[in-house]
Design a protein around this ligand. Structure first.
Ligand code: SER
Length: 347
């Protein structure tokens, strides 16, 4: 009798356990279908990050689900890889038309004027960086779209912020036009989330290094140009001084982080201004030494310009422990792995 009841208990346990597994599996499949049914619009898809983000999102969601857009046409390869629209990021009505045409649910707003160019055209930079963001945030507030991604930058910190292990929350007094626009944008994101429930997510990118598309008009651009010049000319004249340490990241890590943040459960997102994100920090002298391990004849010289002051106002090493804790961010590429991959792809 006792044994029979034990067997029955055991069978009940197995039954309920299987039911539980079934439920968990169904829930996961359901969640996955909802996520994969998203249609994504990328604004600024032909830029440095936009190009690779578009490719990765198309691999995940399917080419037809990811609409690339930019103010100008991209490479023939990009134009033929899936839907493409010419779009001015500051044209809210134009964005709305495309949102309606494709039934877009998520927007990645990647169009921006970077730090060095923004110092030359302050008003244009403010207009592009702010009008585009407010337009997209309004579309989300008006429920035309469900989710927004908008990049901020290490430039939102300033000379009075701690330079090493710069915390998520600290003194932020940017001294560049680009930094002012990024810090203001972060607070608009937070405001739209708090006031209107807009699901907007953001990362403070460090300098991003890539070989497919070059950046344009940034202060961290030297860390991309140096690889191109090393392969083409075995020499590079750097516009920052040899000891200027800045936070940097390889493109694959940046793209993975961006998508990981957008796919994270909303309950895990504790920061609605923008997340600190870090991978590597190095100086021009250190990156040159790493390149010399592969190209021993490579030579670097230094001739600083106005970008030195911009770099000097930024952090050297970022503390990104909150991103790591909230949505499990982890980088893969260090300086040596990145250098190997860059040189292999450029040679
Ligand atoms: N890479 C940017 C720049 O140099 C910083 O976010 O402007």
């Amino acid at each position: 009798m006792f044994e029979q009841s034990l067997i029955l208990d055991y069978l009940f346990f197995i039954f309920f356990f299987c039911e539980y597994l079934n439920y968990v599996l169904l829930f996961q499949i359901h969640f996955e279908i909802i996520r994969m049914s998203d249609t994504i619009l990328i604004i600024g898809a032909c830029g440095q990050i936009g190009t690779e983000l578009t490719q990765k999102l198309r691999d995940i969601y399917g080419s037809e689900q990811v609409i690339a857009s930019d103010i100008r046409e991209g490479s023939p390869e990009q134009m033929s890889a899936g839907p493409f629209e010419i779009l001015d990021a500051t044209d809210k009505d134009g964005i709305l038309q495309i949102v309606k045409k494709y039934n877009v649910s998520q927007v990645y707003l990647m169009a921006a004027m970077l730090s060095a160019t923004a110092e030359k055209y302050p008003h244009k930079a403010w207009e592009l960086n702010m009008t585009s963001l407010l337009g997209v945030l309004d579309l989300a507030k008006e429920k035309h779209i469900k989710q927004v991604y908008w990049p901020s930058s290490i430039a939102s910190f300033g000379p009075t912020s701690p330079k090493v292990n710069t915390p998520q929350q600290t003194v932020m007094e940017p001294s560049t036009v680009y930094g002012i626009s990024k810090l203001a944008g972060e607070h608009w994101c937070n405001y739209y989330h708090d006031k209107y429930g807009v699901d907007v997510r953001s990362i403070r990118y460090p300098g991003i290094i890539s070989w497919k598309t070059k950046p344009g008009g940034g202060t961290t651009d030297y860390a991309v140009d140096i690889y191109f010049q090393a392969v083409e000319n075995t020499s590079y004249e750097c516009f920052l001084s040899e000891n200027t340490r800045l936070p940097m990241m390889y493109m694959q890590d940046a793209v993975n982080a961006t998508i990981q943040l957008m796919q994270a459960d909303a309950s895990t997102i504790k920061t609605r201004t923008s997340y600190n994100l870090a991978a590597i920090s190095f100086t021009p002298e250190e990156i040159a030494a790493e390149i010399q391990k592969h190209i021993p004849e490579f030579e670097i010289s230094y001739k600083t310009d106005f970008r030195q002051a911009i770099a000097d106002s930024w952090p050297q090493v970022i503390d990104d422990s909150q991103a790591r804790a909230d949505w499990n961010w982890n980088h893969e590429f260090d300086l040596s792995l990145m250098t190997k991959d860059m040189l292999e792809n450029l040679s």
